[in-house]
Ligand binder design. Structure first.
Ligand SMILES: NC(=O)c1ccc[n+]([C@@H]2O[C@H](COP(=O)([O-])OP(=O)(O)OC[C@H]3O[C@@H](n4cnc5c(N)ncnc54)[C@H](O)[C@@H]3O)[C@@H](O)[C@H]2O)c1
Length: 352
């Protein structure tokens, strides 16, 4: 049975529909708001779904976004605005983001800025987007000098997660999304962690309870700290080290979830070495990451020196120290703020 999760933020309250049929759900939503039209922004891999949705009378146009991180840029942002003006899109109409995190982040930022904010519906089509990027209102495009540097907090009006759309995802992308699910489990849901330990085939497992539980962990952090000024930082578990790995790889060859998985291994090693995490939980975290098919080893191009350099350049670590999240036990994490970059470097050298 489908499930609805309500997100309550100061900006907006909205519902996330999990395990529903996309077209039917969109029809129902649009029936509730007569007169509001729809413009679909779609990932190139979702062309046939976009065609099917375009049969709806409310759809007035669509915009194709090329696959990959390079599309999340100022040019695509500008062209999309141009198209919206050409079809006389109104701020009361809905922009629908049909794709993974790239399309979601880009479309969300256009939605936040088109006439100072228009209607916005997220239709996430990757595991990563269904559990993470479509929830919480972070939208952004990249600048040549840094990823996600230009953006806004802009909550959607609804999120429709249709699991059928995941069927065409390549296996590597499927596994990639599970990294954020493992993260959610370590952050706040030991039962989810245990359920993941029992998964032996990702392609046949029941996605509803897994995605639902992960979204609920994110919901708790987003509702407690919508603008990411405090406790929501915990969602960065694995990300400080992960971003450094992605930066060193120039966002090529390694996927975000893979980098985060390695980052979670580094964070748990740090926590264990500093007597903040017991040996058993550290071993379970490593074992689960491996079992899901995610990498655990630092890639060959990375070393303590370039990792520290990348981390101190990160926009989240501008105070010279490094802020990162460590697990204290499965289901509970802690933020380590402005940790000395030199001490972290010395520790990294003992391990890597
Ligand atoms: N806003 C947030 O809170 C947040 C959180 C995490 C990540 N992100 C952002 O999300 C992006 C990564 O998202 P992603 O992993 O979904 O990547 P993505 O959007 O690039 O999608 C991954 C790949 O899968 C393809 N694809 C998408 N849906 C498909 C489907 N149903 N069938 C077949 N192929 C499909 C895409 O074309 C692409 O090649 C990054 O830009 C990251 O910064 C944002």
């Amino acid at each position: 049975l489908p499930e609805i999760i309500q997100i309550d933020t100061q900006q907006k309250s909205y519902q996330i529909f999990l395990g529903v049929d996309l077209k039917n759900k969109l029809i129902t939503l649009l029936e509730k708001t007569p007169g509001r039209r729809v413009f679909i922004v779609y990932d190139t891999h979702l062309e046939s779904t976009c065609k099917t949705l375009s049969e709806l009378p409310q759809v007035i146009g669509s915009f194709e976004v090329g696959s990959g991180e390079n599309s999340k840029n100022i040019d695509t942002f500008y062209h999309l605005h141009t198209q919206l003006m050409k079809v006389q899109f109104k701020r009361t109409d809905y922009l629908v983001a049909l794709g993974g995190g790239v399309v979601g982040d880009l479309t969300g930022f256009v939605a936040a800025t088109y006439q100072r904010g228009c209607g916005f519906i997220q239709v996430p089509t990757t595991v990563l987007a269904q559990v993470d990027s479509s929830v919480g209102g972070k939208t952004a495009i990249n600048h040549d000098l840094g990823k996600n540097m230009i953006g806004a907090f802009y909550q959607p009006d609804a999120v429709i997660a249709d699991f059928q759309l995941l069927k065409s995802l390549p296996a590597r992308q499927m596994i990639n999304g599970f990294s954020e699910i493992i993260k959610a489990a370590i952050l706040g849901d030991i039962k989810l962690f245990e359920a993941l330990e029992r998964v032996d085939d990702l392609s046949s497992c029941d996605m509803l309870p897994i995605i639902s539980r992960s979204v609920k962990v994110k919901k708790a952090f987003v509702e407690a700290d919508e603008n990411d000024l405090g406790i929501r930082n915990q969602l960065n578990l694995g990300h400080t080290f992960g971003h450094a790995i992605e930066t060193i790889h120039r966002y090529e060859d390694i996927l975000h979830g893979e980098a985060v998985a390695i980052g979670m291994v580094i964070a748990s090693n740090f926590a264990y070495d500093n007597k903040m995490l017991c040996a058993k939980d550290k071993a379970r975290i490593h074992q689960l990451i491996q079992q899901i098919g995610l990498p655990t080893e630092l890639p060959i191009r990375c070393n303590p020196k370039n990792m520290i350099e990348a981390m101190t350049l990160d926009k989240k670590n501008l105070n010279n120290g490094v802020t990162f999240v460590v697990p204290r036990k499965i289901g509970q994490c802690e933020i380590i703020k402005d940790f000395s970059a030199d001490t972290l470097y010395q520790w990294l050298k003992t391990r890597y």
